[in-house]
Ligand binder design. Sequence first.
Ligand code: TXA
Ligand code: MG
Length: 347
Amino acid sequence: MNTPPSPANDNGLSSEQKARIDQAAQIIIAGGTVAFPTETVYGLGADASNTDAVQEIFRIKQRPIHHPLIVHIGTHSELDFWAQDIPKPARQLAQHCWPGPLTLILQRSRYVSDAVTGGQNTVGLRMPVHPVAQALLSAIGPHKALAAPSANRFGRISPTTAAHVQQELGSDVDFILDGGPCEIGLESTIVSFQDRIPHIHRPGGVSIATIESVLGAAVVHNQDHVASLRTPGSLPAHYAPQTPLSIFPTPEIWQQAFLLAEQNQRILVLTWSDSAKPPTRNPMIEHFAMPMEPKLYGKHLYAKLHQFDQAGFDYLLLESPPNHPHWLAIKDRLQRASYRSVDNPQS
Ligand code: TXA
Ligand code: MG
């Protein structure tokens, strides 16, 4: 006989999920680490006010200690607990885009430890919208927050399912909360406020058009500015699979694939457009058609990279995404993932 589904509570969570979230909250409060789902990617979380627990995240992630973590908060009122001297545009963005895939880099308050910020005087704050993340934050209580980077080893592809976290971190993390596949699949948009002026620090889940419409003004998105800030996500070899990945314009991609296939290389070609259909079959080349719609492409990108990275290909060749603002975050991640190229496979 089938067991009847357990009743859902206010968040639409089952009582089993609620019990697992309570268990996860106890682990956080006791100083442990928990991988949890957000709408962007899975995070590797610890109590932001517990220095030892935060240091454990850096150890698990193998991340240099001076690279700051995002602090995830559960309610709007926590903004003024963790940050101070907040510029007006930051408040407007928090009001409009939280809970959601937006991180604000702000002056930190005295409650934020050096362990979280890598000694910087700013803190990255974000209020996730995923019901499991919200329930976990609510369960750990007021003035508690989750310091959490993406739940992958440093430089690797971010996880968008609990299985990705399990594969990559295994028993290094104390507990993994499964909240299904992430809806957005790419990390949050990061906005910083040097001289109180908003700058796009990393394109992501909230579009620049949304940010500009909330603020009623254009925002700076300058790669030089991004490069000058201390942030690991801005290093070239980031979000990268182990298999070398290269990006080619639509007309060249098959030519490149056939050239490499002639050298006995196993190739995966990942396209998005109709015009990049495979010309003829070649036993050394496999083809996968990604969605043409950028939201769907973004949602599935990391899962596909995880999958194809394990499939024994010598090279992954990806069709360049269109030069359209809706593809900005995808383009940014692909550029970083393509650090090891066909021309320079060792780098
Ligand atoms: O969607 C996301 O943002 C996910 C989920 C888990 O929230 N998190 C995420 O964290 O992508 P992480 O650590 O993989 O990337 C966060 C980026 C890093 O590049 C980090 O350096 C930057 O945010 N960051 C955090 N605090 C900062 C600060 N105070 N100043 C400058 N950059 C900061
Ligand atoms: Mg990351």
